[in-house]
Design a protein around this ligand. Structure first.
Ligand code: ARG
Length: 585
């Protein structure tokens, strides 16, 4: 099924051709949802845009468009407003038909993409032996949400975890491991290294304090790169330990991502440099191999180089990304590659994309997108830190969210005099705690920084996960109270829209497909949060104004179906945010 707005767009295009000729076939009807319900449901600004070209007054153009606009089955008579806007109001009969057509559809009317695109989503991507910090949390949550939306749309998505598992820091780590735990390099048994972040800190301290150790660390890098068996083993040990720690977080967040770390591209790095040399882009600068960038300059105004091979022969983060790009395009056959990292890496990606394009490595059908996001701030508006000033451990942060959700729940149960099993309490607390953290992140425009506040995100009021989860559980409780068999109801009854609140709710229900379409383009998950928040508010308004279980037939059945579609839409929308619903809470 095409969304209403798509159908209207087609009708407008036909009217434009009928009114002004085939030259106008490509004109954008500039249809948008009306900013205010008093102007109807949709508005077209096409007439204003055409005024110059047609040398006519916009209102006259609007009149002509309307004369040719065949939308009687969708809309009431269009109205011209102000300088020449065309205002459209959807007919209740049309809405009814649309809502009835999605009644039993598990996809609530959203059709899957006709030609699935191969998409790589590069997200999460923490660094081995280093802290997985709140920046990685944002990347994990946003990246997972984007992947879920594209997967739902039917795209062929490859979720990739570009973990930092290679680089000079391993020299230091392995050298330190050799000192404190030599058996780790020789025995076949797994060795538990304990807290890796602590281990990294100690190794770094040792490195900073002792010059001979620095030399050993440098030799260790060379050994690792040349494939020395015990060095490889130590490296693997470190990676495995990190992997286990990351997996705890992924399990808690219910996130799936395939690891393909930097080391994977290692054998491909010399080719990147060689092939760049063939394109003539490569230049030597102070012994380093680099490409001078267009549009980037240093403080002195000189063009900035992107170094792909250091003077000592080592490669960079950027070299690996160039290799990864080629691999994703030519081996994975990606048509769209999405990178989810903090805004601080915007230049890095712009530079890598530029070099790859100038080298001719990016076919015309491939789109490269960096999806940046802002910082997570503490309530003091500074970068989020623990009270003692250290970076916040993700596991601690998620555990605290769950603990707080549990405390809130327990006091609510007490107030309501409810007895629930430990299993119920533990599950509800976990779902609410994790959802609250995810939703607080996703509901912000990702480009801005946001303030992390447990109190706000766990509140039952406002644009929060608990509010939406509660709205869902409440709708489900209506069905339970009335002992409703929704499957039977869908067979026997139809939706009838009479009251304003019913019309408003139905119109909103039908807008999800348009919202998702926009997100597929601009990759802004907060649009989905806004949609779901509005949906809950519109539902609550409907439920306040219209009797459901107490209504007479045929309204009773009709309204119950509206409840069910709302619940299913909420559940679907939340699942795309990576949020599980609760039937009771
Ligand atoms: N490991 C990097 C970091 O922690 C993020 C990697 C992002 N992906 C990429 N292809 N560069 O900052």
């Amino acid at each position: 099924m095409n969304s209403t707005i798509e159908q209207l767009k087609t009708k407008f295009q036909q009217a434009l051709i009928a009114a002004f000729g085939t030259d106008f076939a490509e004109v954008d009807p500039m249809l948008v949802p009306a900013s205010n319900p008093k102007f109807g449901d949709y508005q077209s600004n096409a007439a204003l845009g055409l005024s110059k070209q047609l040398k006519q007054a916009p209102r006259a153009i609007a009149e002509k468009i309307i004369q040719h606009l065949k939308i009687e089955d969708i809309c009431l008579t269009p109205e011209i407003a102000g300088p020449g806007f065309i205002n459209l109001t959807i007919k209740p009969e049309y809405l009814e038909a649309q809502v009835n057509s999605i009644q039993t559809d598990p996809r609530v009317g959203i059709s899957p993409s006709k030609n699935p695109q191969r998409v790589v989503v590069d997200f999460s991507s923490p660094n081995i032996a280093k802290e997985m910090h709140v920046g990685h949390l944002r990347s994990t949550i946003i990246g997972d949400c984007i992947a879920r939306i594209l997967e739902f749309k039917g795209e062929d998505v490859l979720r990739l975890n570009h973990v930092g598992d290679w680089g000079t820091q391993f020299g230091m780590l392995i050298a330190y491991l050799r000192e404190v735990c030599p058996e780790a390099l020789t025995t076949a048994n797994a060795v538990d290294l304990g807290n890796l972040v602590e281990f990294y800190r100690k190794a770094k301290k040792r490195f900073d304090e002792d010059e001979t150790f620095q030399e050993t660390a440098r030799e260790e890098v060379v050994k690792l790169q040349s494939g020395a068996e015990d060095s490889r083993r130590a490296w693997q040990l470190l990676c495995e330990q990190s992997r286990r720690e990351f997996q705890v977080i992924y399990n808690l967040l219910d996130v799936k991502v395939t690891e393909r770390g930097e080391s994977f591209y290692n054998p491909l790095l010399p080719d990147v440099v060689e092939d760049l040399a063939k394109t003539g882009l490569l230049e030597e600068d102070a012994g380093a191999q680099c490409v001078f960038l267009e549009g980037f300059s240093n403080k002195e105004g000189q063009p900035l180089p992107l170094i792909v091979q250091k003077s000592g022969g080592g490669y960079n983060y950027a070299t690996t990304d160039l290799a990864a790009l080629r691999y994703r395009i030519f081996q994975d056959r990606a048509e769209r590659i999405i990178y989810v990292t903090d805004a601080g890496q915007a230049n890095h990606f712009a530079q890598v994309f530029q070099v790859a394009k100038r080298a001719g490595w990016i076919p015309d059908n491939v789109e490269l997108v960096h999806v940046p996001f802002g910082l997570v701030l503490g309530e003091d508006n500074k970068k989020l830190k623990t009270r003692s000033g250290e970076t916040v451990r993700l596991k601690d942060l998620l555990d605290e969210a769950i603990d707080r959700a549990r405390a809130d729940l327990e006091s609510r149960l007490k107030d309501e005099n409810r007895q629930e099993s430990e299993e119920f309490i533990a599950n509800v607390a976990q779902v609410i705690g994790i959802s609250a953290v995810k939703y607080a992140d996703l509901s912000q425009n990702r480009n801005s920084n946001y303030v992390f506040s447990f109190d706000k995100m766990l509140s039952l009021q406002g644009n929060t996960a608990p509010y939406l989860l509660y709205a869902y559980a409440r709708i489900r409780s209506i069905g339970r109270k009335g002992n409703i068999d929704f499957e039977q109801l869908q067979k026997d009854a139809k939706v009838l829209l009479q009251e304003d609140e019913e019309l408003v709710l139905a119109k909103h229900l039908l807008q999800l497909s348009e919202v998702l379409k926009n997100i597929e383009q601009d990759l802004l998950p907060n649009r989905l949060c806004e949609y779901l928040y509005e949906l809950s508010k519109k539902f609550n308004k409907f439920y306040e104004e219209c009797d459901v279980l107490k209504a007479e037939e045929p309204q009773r059945s009709s309204r119950l179906i509206l409840c069910d579609i709302t619940a299913r839409t909420l559940k679907l929308g939340l699942s795309l945010l990576g949020i599980q619903v609760l039937e009771r809470m």
